[in-house]
Design a protein around this ligand. Structure first.
Ligand SMILES: Cc1cc2nc3c(=O)[nH]c(=O)nc-3n(C[C@H](O)[C@H](O)[C@H](O)COP(=O)(O)OP(=O)(O)OC[C@H]3O[C@@H](n4cnc5c(N)ncnc54)[C@H](O)[C@@H]3O)c2cc1C
Ligand SMILES: NC(=O)c1ccc[n+]([C@@H]2O[C@H](COP(=O)([O-])OP(=O)(O)OC[C@H]3O[C@@H](n4cnc5c(N)ncnc54)[C@H](O)[C@@H]3O)[C@@H](O)[C@H]2O)c1
Length: 461
């Protein structure tokens, strides 16, 4: 690497955040509001606002929403092109708004360039031939995660393999798509693209999709995807990716494999720590490339914190946001908030209908050895939940697992319309110690999907 010129300008601040992620930018806003001098360093002007806004949650959910609400005057190809254009307009507007929000002349500056540590308090930021040194009392690493490319022969070399970022840059619908991976990204993209009319094959190495869910839920998801036109192949040990003209072939198992126009590699995301110079200044990095932190998100240097995907925690925007709360408490509060305080953190896979869970799966609950009551209810069998029929989607299933002695809710899984909203009610209840009986007898608006809790928890046995 070329030497950094020693005479480059220096910016002195109280707080520097590396990476425009959710936790870091929220911290920048909070500290600027307290009159601190702050700098937010982002390597790309196409990433102001971070992954979620530009290449993650927002564009995927915008495309999924539009897939669910097609314009009957347009065919799938035209509808995808329109949806992609509308999504790009949305993310561009959010990106610009994020820049304006965090680049105010008073105390907060967005520095566009790639940062690395020069010493424990100094970051060297480079953009082309421009170099700036940012010296900060406190530094927060918020550099996110990037798609993993496991050593499947031909995967990295293929010109027809893209990651989720490449998929989100498409302006035309692919004719045929192979999705590698049956996790969040794989399942969401497979479902979404099938809805626009792409012929999708999803290859999952393991025996089932979404292996962290209960087997029955994985099976239900597989049925939903299959009904939506996705060819799901589980137990697919992929051994070769080969380009051939404008086609690409993925070999798996003993057969011929499968061919398509494009391959999406959705094989996990790993923390972005390379080239940051962390270990050189004494910041420990773990085996998965994550910045090693304690429950207060402190790294091995007392004035450096790591928030969001880069610290190896769960990869969700709302976890990055909660990381912000922990660091803010360190910097301005009592320093007590910790990752160990987190209970009942829900998650959602945004298929149609979505899948959401909070707490334990049934299998995890059984493994605790506690006495259990369980309920499994198909949405179509719930007579008092007309919302599903109103929206014309009574697919899916809901499950609950409860401690039979204490009535504590241990876990709820919802694979149904509006699951991403219903689950938040359950999560709040669990965090506040609501019993299964109190959630069962809760008064919910009608007609809503939340009132399914009356039915589900009324069937515990
Ligand atoms: C396709 C997809 C869909 C997703 N959907 C959801 C969802 O629906 N809900 C959900 O909760 N989560 C979702 N996620 C996960 C979510 O996007 C991430 O967990 C979240 O955005 C992580 O934010 P972060 O704070 O870690 O940092 P990020 O938002 O990842 O920001 C890190 C920033 O650091 C910058 N950077 C990196 N290195 C440097 C450097 N050396 N110098 C300067 N800048 C640097 C990067 O350019 C980037 O902008 C999705 C992810 C993907 C990929
Ligand atoms: N709705 C959401 O909240 C949402 C949406 C998208 C992404 N995300 C976040 O982004 C993260 C990354 O998503 P993802 O889908 O890339 O990862 P993932 O961990 O959810 O799934 C990765 C998949 O790749 C497979 N895999 C891994 N290595 C492999 C190998 N060497 N060969 C074959 N298969 C292999 C795994 O079996 C798994 O099915 C998620 O864990 C999640 O935290 C969240």
């Amino acid at each position: 690497m070329a030497a950094i010129p020693s005479g480059s300008p220096v910016m002195d601040v109280d707080l520097a955040v590396v990476g425009f992620g959710k936790g870091g930018k929220t911290l920048i806003g909070a500290m600027a509001a307290r009159g601190k001098r702050v700098a937010l360093i982002e390597q790309s002007d196409q990433m102001y606002g971070g992954t979620c806004i530009n290449i993650g949650c927002v564009p995927t959910k915008a495309l999924i929403h539009r897939a669910e609400h097609p314009d009957s005057r347009l065919d799938g190809e035209a509808w995808f092109a329109r949806a992609a254009e509308q999504t790009a307009t949305l993310t561009a507007a959010m990106r610009a708004a994020n820049f304006t929000l965090f680049d105010s002349p008073e105390t907060s500056t967005v520095v566009t360039g790639r940062a690395r540590f020069e010493d424990p308090h100094t970051l060297v930021v480079t953009a082309g031939t421009d170099v700036l040194r940012v010296r900060a009392e406190t530094i927060v690493v918020n550099t996110g995660a990037e798609p993993a490319m496991p050593p499947i022969p031909g995967l990295a070399e293929s010109k027809r393999v893209v990651t989720s970022t490449g998929m989100l840059a498409l302006t035309e619908r692919p004719g045929e798509l192979i999705v590698l991976g049956g996790g969040y990204v794989g399942v969401e993209f497979a479902a979404m693209h099938a809805a626009y009319g792409t012929r999708v094959t999803l290859l999952q190495r393991g025996p089932r999709l979404l292996p962290k869910e209960d087997p029955e839920i994985s099976a239900e998801m597989e049925t939903l995807l299959t009904d939506a036109g996705v060819r799901v192949v589980t137990g697919a040990a992929m051994h070769a990716v080969t380009d051939s003209g404008d086609r690409v072939r993925v070999g798996f198992g003993d057969g011929d494999g499968v061919e398509a126009d494009l391959v999406l590699a959705a094989l996990g995301r790993r923390p972005v720590t390379e080239g940051l110079g962390l270990e050189e200044v004494g910041i420990a990095v773990g085996k998965r490339g994550e910045v090693v932190v304690d429950e207060y998100l402190r790294t091995s240097l007392p004035h450096v914190y790591a928030v969001g995907d880069v610290n190896g925690g769960p990869q969700f925007t709302y976890i990055s946001l909660d990381d912000f709360r922990i660091v803010l408490d360190q910097l301005t509060g009592e320093g007590r908030r910790a990752t160990t305080d987190r209970v009942a953190v829900p998650h959602t896979v945004f298929t149609t209908p979505p899948l959401a869970r909070v707490g334990l799966t049934s299998a995890e609950a059984r493994a605790t050895g506690r006495p259990l009551k369980t309920a499994v209810r198909r949405v179509a069998e719930m007579p008092a939940v007309p919302r599903a029929k109103i929206v014309g989607d009574a697919r899916g299933v809901m499950t609950a697992v409860v401690d039979a002695e204490t009535d504590e809710v241990l876990g709820v899984t919802v694979l149904a319309h509006d699951a991403h909203e219903v689950i938040n009610t359950v999560a709040v209840g669990m965090r506040c110690g609501a019993t299964a009986s109190s959630l069962r007898d809760g008064i919910y608006t009608h007609p809503s999907m939340t009132e399914a809790l009356n039915d589900l928890l009324g069937h515990l046995g």
